[in-house]
Design a protein around this ligand. Structure first.
Ligand code: SAM
Ligand code: DTB
Ligand code: SF4
Length: 333
């Protein structure tokens, strides 16, 4: 607690952008009295954003299941029997049809996810056509395809891609308990190639995997100390899927989830902090607390990649009750 009190906090300049966060500072932030923490986060939020505006992204799984990786949370790994039907790479027309529907529902960004360790060059060219087509509809584009080479990041940039999603998922210390088939350093190397190609980075993690406060602080410290803060920071709550090793993990205290959102807002003041997977399990009140703590983006639409998201009508009603507005298409960040 004492350490957090020493973290400079000036209401007149609440949100300095820093890249030199210490793990101990992040831990101290997470341990602040809840009201102090949320107040700080809301002050930071208001210094950079309209607090009543939420950015809206829609997700589509363009290649589903049969993934070679062993991510312990993921229903798409070929190593776990989750009963998920596999689906090869969708056609361009199928993707554009889904993007048109997302736009009609109010999405500003369309995110396409593929269950790959890394894309083959032949597949990447098909993805480039999808990016061009989605952009032509007037949507921002995001893809998440696994690890990339330098040439691949360049091809994606040339195709007009706006964002690349590649999560660190958790702290470096906890990571080996979750994934063994690729390293934390592999992830950092892909993120560096994405940044160097001039793509915007979308990078965050998952909470509720049995990690500790120190792990949550470690994840936020890694994210905030990247050469540039990620433009978008998805904070996912683990969606527990039967058949994955993490099914049955003890549920995270929802207030710890809110605390982590608040600390993310304080440590990455200009980033879009996205309340991502797991909203279906959250009450309206918990989501409202997350928005108060500085979350200002959601995934919208009935489906995430392979699991359910809240019904669009439930979200519209929540937004009405909270007086929140959806940021228009191309509002970006
Ligand atoms: N295969 C690529 C990769 O992993 O880099 C891209 C798709 S992968 C499904 C994208 C992200 O979704 C993962 O990094 C993870 O953070 C998130 N995710 C996957 N399964 C999840 C689950 N059950 N609950 C919460 N987040 C999940
Ligand atoms: C992110 O951080 N969360 C999204 C998106 N990036 C690709 C994925 C959530 C997946 C949840 C489990 C599923 O639906 O398969
Ligand atoms: Fe494969 Fe991505 Fe799932 Fe890991 S998170 S198993 S890489 S689809």
């Amino acid at each position: 607690m004492q350490q957090a009190e020493r973290i400079p906090f000036n209401l007149a300049d609440p949100a300095p952008v820093r890249h030199d966060w210490q793990q101990s500072e992040a831990e101290a932030l997470l341990a602040l009295p809840f009201i102090d923490l949320v107040h700080r986060a809301q002050a930071v939020h208001r210094a950079h954003f309209d607090p009543n505006e939420i950015q809206i992204s829609s997700l589509l799984s363009i290649k589903t299941g049969a993934c070679a990786e062993d991510c312990a949370y993921c229903p798409q790994s070929a190593r776990y029997d989750t009963g998920l039907p596999r689906q090869e790479l969708l056609s361009l027309e199928e993707v554009l049809e889904a993007a048109r529907r997302a736009k009609a529902q109010g999405a500003g960004r369309f995110c396409m996810g593929a269950a790959w360790r890394s894309p083959k060059d032949r597949d990447l060219e098909r993805i480039c056509r999808m990016i061009e087509g989605v952009k032509a509809l007037g949507l921002e584009t995001c893809v998440t395809l696994g690890m990339l080479t330098e040439t691949q990041t360049r091809r994606l940039k040339e195709a007009g891609l706006d964002y690349y999603n590649h999560n660190l998922d958790t702290s470096e210390a906890f990571y080996p308990k979750i994934i063994s088939t690729r390293t934390y350093q592999d992830r950092l190397a892909t993120l560096e190639r994405v940044r160097a190609a001039g793509l915007k980075v979308c990078c965050g993690g998952i909470l509720g995997m049995g990690e500790s406060d120190a792990d949550r602080a470690g994840l936020l410290t890694q994210l905030a100390n990247l050469p540039e803060h990620p433009h978008s920071v998805p904070i996912n709550l683990l969606v527990q899927v039967q058949g994955t090793p993490l099914a049955g993990t003890e549920k995270l205290d929802p207030l710890v989830f809110v605390r982590t959102v608040a600390a993310a807002r304080i440590m990455m003041p200009r980033s879009r902090v996205r309340l991502s997977a797991g909203r279906r399990e959250m009450s309206d009140e918990l989501q409202a607390l997350c928005f108060l703590a500085g979350a200002n983006s959601i995934f919208y639409g009935e489906r995430l990649l392979t699991t359910d998201n809240p019904e669009a009508e439930r979200d519209r009603s929540l937004f009405r009750r909270l007086g929140l507005r959806m940021a228009g298409p191309l509002a970006g960040d």
